[in-house]
Design a protein around this ligand. Structure first.
Ligand SMILES: [Zn+2]
Length: 365
């Protein structure tokens, strides 16, 4: 699914976050604890005071309004404002990636190509960095030297580099630089990572959120639904831009997570404490993309098929089968799910005697 977005420090949105706020927090007192912006803190304060004052029948309507607004202003200034996650960790932008030692080098190129966006003419290179090889493509109309792209790629936190591989698969353009993206700084999906020349490592960190999320969702179809629940339960905003829609909330979290990974364990722990459910889910998605689930060994021992599966802690696994590949549904060989451990687990097909032919696949959730 394509996805577009702007810089993480994108425009403020007022109406949408307010609606989300009421849906998340409900009226009155829970709302007073809500960690959003000043506009959110004021509105429930008004509700609270209005109800309290309305129990005094002797006051005129005008007096009630005066009380309410007076109280509103008072509350608006007195309520402590809880910073969102981007605000809390934005100081970590200074020095981001400065300890990364891997350098990008050209393996091959340039090769003339028609880029995926509007078949625009461009040049493609293969680069090597930190043991991986990936593609970088630059639109011909953009005056950007290939060497000028290196520093932002080197700056990205290494656990996000897998995104460069994902967007370099097959006929994809890799990290693609365009002279314009219609006003956006970047577009990120598992099919492309499009950037304008001003897009830096912070923008890329955000786009990796979209890339990893979409790649994970191919296998783990409910992960974005679970993300929405996690964000509600964590009860803290990532950023105003993240408040607009759940996949931007995720991408903004990916950006903050990258800052904290780069800054070290203490800041990572701090992020985990502030937003534990998002943290657990994103950590799992990062791991999923760096070590995709894989059947590392399959053999039949004493007539019993045995599967060794590389797993991720937090996911559950089971083996499905069907007799042929001409259609029909897959059935689990065993109704019980096995918990991922972060290492290898062994599953078997217990049905004996085995039929002459059986096809298998591994499912996770
Ligand atoms: Zn985005």
């Amino acid at each position: 699914m394509p996805d577009c977005c702007h810089d993480p420090a994108g425009p403020l949105s007022w109406k949408v976050p307010l609606l989300r706020f009421f849906r998340r927090s409900g009226p009155l007192f829970p709302a007073l604890r809500a960690p959003l912006s000043r506009s959110h803190a004021c509105h429930p304060g008004k509700q609270f005071l209005s109800r309290a004052v309305l129990s005094r029948p002797a006051l005129s309507r005008r007096a009630l309004l005066a009380w309410a607004w007076g109280g509103l202003l008072l509350l608006g200034t007195a309520l402590p404002l809880r910073a969102d996650l981007v605000g809390t960790f934005s100081s970590l932008r200074t020095g981001y990636g400065s300890r990364n030692t891997d350098k990008a080098t050209i393996v091959s190129g340039p090769v003339a190509v028609n880029m995926l966006r509007f078949a625009s003419p461009g040049k493609a290179w293969w680069l090597s960095m930190g043991g991986i090889q990936f593609k970088v493509t630059i639109e011909d109309t953009l005056a950007l030297a290939i060497n000028s792209t290196f520093s932002r790629l080197q700056q990205l936190t290494p656990v996000y580099r897998r995104a460069f591989l994902i967007v370099s698969e097959g006929t994809k353009d890799g990290v693609a630089f365009y002279s314009t993206l219609g006003g956006a700084a970047a577009h990120g999906s598992q099919d492309y990572l499009n950037l304008i020349s001003a897009a830096d490592a912070f923008v890329i960190s955000h786009e990796v959120g979209h890339i990893f999320e979409q790649r994970t969702r191919v296998t783990d179809t409910t992960v974005l639904d679970r993300w929405e629940v996690a964000a509600q339960q964590d009860n803290i905003s990532v950023s105003n831009y993240g408040n607009t829609v759940r996949h931007e909330d995720l991408a903004e979290f990916a950006y903050v997570y990258a800052l904290c990974v780069d800054a070290g364990q203490a800041r990572l722990n701090e992020l985990q404490a502030l937003s534990p459910r998002r943290f657990a889910l994103w950590k799992m998605m990062v791991e999923f993309n760096n070590t995709p689930p894989e059947v590392t060994d399959f053999r039949i021992i004493n007539g019993t098929p045995r599967f060794v599966i590389r797993t991720i802690a937090g996911y559950r696994y089971r083996v499905l089968y069907q007799a042929g590949l001409a259609g029909g549904s897959w059935s689990p060989v065993n109704q019980t799910w096995a918990d991922g451990t972060g290492g290898n687990i062994t599953l078997t097909d217990p049905v004996l005697p085995l039929p002459a032919q059986r096809f298998y696949r591994v499912e996770l959730q």
